[in-house]
Design a binder for this molecule. Structure first.
Ligand SMILES: [Mn+2]
Length: 375
C-alpha cells in the first residue's frame, strides 16, 4: 500500500524513524503515518473503547495494549478498558502489571455490548489465542502473528507478520508520528519488544531495532530490572526440578513433561531455559492445567524449519506460531484420558514430525541406567 502514497509524504519526517534516509525507513514512516490516520478514522467519536488482549497475555500483549490505551487517551481523550482471558501467570508479567500500573479486567466480568469500539491486540480472530465472546467482531486488529487469511468485518486490520512484536507496531505509531509517550509506556513497550524478540535476536526487522532504540532510551531502567528479576514462588523450582527429571534428549531434540502446571506460561519459560543445551535443534515442553495440555516448541533457525507448522500438525490444528518458536493448547478428551498418556502420544508425534531418531534417546540429567517416571 505504501507504493500508492505520493512521494511528498516521505519528506515530512519528524527526525525519529527516518533519519538515515534510506528507502525502507521512509516506507516505514509513511506506513505509520497512514496507519495512525486509519486508527483515528475508525476510533474517532467512540466513547467506550475496549482493548481485548491475547489469551494468557504475555508482555507484548500487555505492553502494546497499555500503549494503545495511552494513545487513545492522548489523541481522542477517551479511556479504554483492557480485557483479558486466561491469566497472567509468569511472575515477571505480574510484576510488569504492578510496577507499570497496567490495569486489566477479566473478560467474563464485562458486557461487550457496553463498548462501542473493540480492538484486538497481539492475536486475531480465528487464532487459538483469541477468545472474543461469540459474535463479537472487532473494529480494529493489531497483530504480528502469522496465519491471517482474511479478517471479515474488521474496519482496520493493522497486521504485519514481519514485525517481531505488536509492541513495535504500536510503538511505531508514536515514534514515526512524533507523539510523545511517558516513561511508563516506554518501559512497557521496551519489555514487550524485548521478550517477544528475545532481545531482538529472533524474527526482527530493522524497524523493530529502531523503535526499540527509541522506547528503550525513554524507559525506566530500574523498573525494567525489578520486572526481570521478580522473585519467584517455590512452585517455580518444583516445576523446574520436574522438568529436569523428565527431560530426554532424542537425537537433536529435547522433550520434557512438567505434569500439572499452575499457569500455562511455565511451558514457554522452561522451553527457553532448556533450549540453551548445546547441540540442540528442537525443544518440546508440555504440561497440563485443567482440561488442556499446553505445549511449547523452540527450534534452531534453518531453511526447512517451521515450528509453527509442527505445532499445528502434532496438535491437530490446536497450535501454531513462528518458524523458531510456537505453541499448542490441546484439549484433553473428556473421557478422562490421563494427561500423562496424552503427553506420551504428543511426544511420539513430535519426534516423528521432526524426524529425530528414537534409538538415540538419553536422559538429560540422569545416568543412562536410571529410570525416569515418564518414558
Ligand atoms: Mn506478540
Amino acid at each position: 500500500m505504501s507504493t500508492q502514497q505520493p512521494p511528498d509524504q516521505a519528506a515530512s519526517t519528524n527526525g525519529h524513524g527516518a533519519t538515515n534516509g534510506n528507502g525502507a525507513a521512509r516506507r516505514a514512516h509513511r506506513e505509520a503515518v497512514l496507519n495512525l490516520r486509519r486508527l483515528i478514522e475508525v476510533a474517532r467519536g467512540r466513547r467506550a473503547p475496549l482493548i481485548h488482549l491475547q489469551h494468557n497475555p504475555d508482555p507484548d500483549a500487555l505492553g502494546s495494549a497499555a500503549a494503545l490505551r495511552y494513545l487513545l487517551r492522548r489523541l481522542l481523550d477517551v479511556d479504554a478498558t483492557l480485557a483479558y482471558t486466561g491469566r497472567v501467570g509468569r511472575v515477571e508479567n505480574r510484576a510488569m502489571l504492578r510496577h507499570l500500573d497496567i490495569r486489566i479486567k477479566p473478560s467474563f466480568k464485562l458486557d461487550y455490548d457496553e463498548f462501542d469500539l473493540v480492538v484486538v491486540v497481539d492475536t486475531h480472530p480465528g487464532a487459538g489465542t483469541c477468545r472474543l465472546p461469540e459474535g463479537v467482531v472487532p473494529d480494529i486488529v493489531i497483530d504480528h502473528h502469522p496465519g491471517i487469511s482474511e479478517l471479515k468485518g474488521v474496519a482496520f486490520p493493522y497486521y504485519d507478520p514481519d514485525f517481531g512484536s505488536t509492541s513495535t507496531m504500536v510503538g511505531a505509531l508514536f515514534v514515526e508520528n512524533g507523539i510523545p509517550m511517558d516513561r511508563r509506556i516506554a518501559t512497557a513497550l521496551t519489555y514487550g519488544i524485548r521478550t517477544d524478540t528475545m532481545d531482538l535476536s529472533r524474527g526482527t526487522t530493522p524497524q523493530d531495532e529502531s523503535i526499540f532504540r527509541e522506547v528503550y532510551g525513554l524507559s525506566d531502567k530500574k523498573a525494567l530490572s525489578r520486572i526481570e528479576r521478580a522473585r519467584v514462588p517455590q512452585e517455580y523450582f518444583i516445576t523446574l526440578e520436574r522438568a529436569l527429571r523428565h527431560a530426554q534428549v532424542t537425537d537433536f531434540a529435547l522433550t520434557t513433561y512438567l505434569g500439572e502446571i499452575n499457569h500455562s506460561d511455565s511451558v514457554a519459560e522452561i522451553a527457553d531455559l532448556l533450549f540453551r543445551l548445546e547441540g540442540l535443534k528442537w525443544v518440546m515442553v508440555a504440561g497440563y492445567n485443567g482440561p488442556t495440555l499446553y505445549c511449547s516448541l523452540r527450534a534452531t533457525p534453518a531453511k526447512d524449519v517451521k515450528a509453527g507448522a509442527v505445532a499445528r500438525e502434532i496438535s491437530d490444528g490446536h497450535g501454531g506460531g513462528h518458524d523458531t518458536f510456537a505453541a499448542a493448547q490441546i484439549p484433553l478428551p473428556e473421557n478422562g484420558q490421563d494427561p500423562d498418556a496424552a503427553f506420551v502420544e504428543l511426544r511420539e508425534r513430535f519426534l516423528k514430525e521432526v524426524r529425530a531418531k528414537k534409538s538415540l534417546t538419553r536422559p538429560l540429567t540422569l545416568p543412562p541406567d536410571a529410570k525416569t517416571s515418564v518414558s
